[in-house]
Design a protein around this ligand. Sequence first.
Ligand code: NAP
Length: 470
Amino acid sequence: MKMLINGQWIDKDEKIDVKNPLSGEVIDTVPAGTKEDVKKAIDAAVEGFEISKNMPVHERVDILYRAAQLMKEHQEELARIIATEGSKTIREARGEAARAVNTITLSAEEAKRILGETIPFDSMPGAENRVGYYYRFPIGVIAAITPFNDPLNLVAHKLGPIIAGGNSCVLKPATVTPLSALKLGEILLEAGLPPKILNIVTGHGEQIGDALVTDERIRMVTFTGGPDAGKEIIKKAGLKKIGMELGSNTPVLVMDDCDIDAAVESCVSGAFWAVGQNCIGVQRLYVQEGIFDEFEKKFVERTRKMKVGYQLDEDTDMGPMITETEAKRVESWVKEAVEVGGILLTGGERDGAVVQPTVMRDVPKTCRLGHEEVFGPVVILYKINNLDEGIKEANDVDYGLHAGIFTNDIKTAFKAIKGIDVGGIMINDSSDYRIDGMPFGGVKNSGLGREGIKFALMEMTEPKVVCFNL
Ligand code: NAP
């Protein structure tokens, strides 16, 4: 496929191969964008902003609704692109494609609700003759940088509110999974989006990222990805708004009084969805002592039933990791954890990019698996005596995106809600529960700001005060 700059689909002699992660087969190529391409894309987006900021809300709404309709018509094709360029199984990819339709639909709806307020100027002595209000206006050109693990829906989470808010954009999708983003770009143009508003540059973040995030014409960088790249971008970005959706090593507490079978089912899914390459995937499971043995037995049995294989086979439960390099990294983290005393209950083997679903227990915090984000199909069980210990352990990391707790005691739930430092906590669901309209984001190294269309729109627009001196 080609990249989109200034309304043109651009090709280049130098290409990047897009490969199926399991077979290694080259399924397509994209141009290797350069710093000059980034500059041209920003030039176009600056012109695009003159169009987007003057576009009435009803036109933005129509474009987004039409795009959502076209996405629905192409939903199976979108799912197959997601599952072919990425790690997701076809069933997981269908779920993502359906959510992306919802994300763009929500963006159309929220475009109509970008509200202001009247300001009580007469609350200030001497200002009795003044009346006024504020409304929200678009902030300008936004640079959007997205990761590989939800290659369509996370792009929709950027483009939907960018367009709804009247901004323009330069998008840089993940190099390993650019096709879903380019397809969404095609659909948005077909839906009537004026071309200069959306520019998509393909290319390696390390080579073209600086040109994008340091340009002073960019008013906001909205980034989803790992903490290392996120921190690098923050250092370089200068005077811009920043949205950071970063990673986590997510905790879930399982208390004695819960429904064990429901907790096992939900946590197995939460741990191995998208091969564990999921920012809210379950990594650390704190299980209360009274049910620990039963939970461990059932959890390991259920994990062993997972069918690992080719993403596009209908009965595959878990596909390969995104690259063999990533699979080797996860394998080495598991080995390191075993060397320092962690117990391997099942899994741990690797073949190419495939890592078997892996369950461990008692992994010390000192090793990488014990305190970093594994972003792979590995989950660790720990025994806890009580809720206080669970909350303390859940918080004893540098991250705080989502958490979960399984309990049937309302007081236990509320204590966990208050005590665990995260952006979202699920009661009787694993941490891996989300809908696209809720505020989404983290604390500590998990990020800054919130997505979820209504909340992203707050970040992507600014209030302008109007005051009449009568
Ligand atoms: P990544 O390596 O940080 O890459 C994310 C994006 O940043 C890619 O487009 C990448 O380009 C680009 N990039 C890398 N270095 C850059 C730089 N110096 N300047 C500008 N852009 C740069 O992350 P990933 O491996 O794709 O995704 C996994 C991470 O994303 C995990 O940590 C996960 O938890 C996090 N994540 C968070 C959320 C959330 O909503 N909180 C959602 C999903 C994923 P290249 O592809 O060319 O390297």
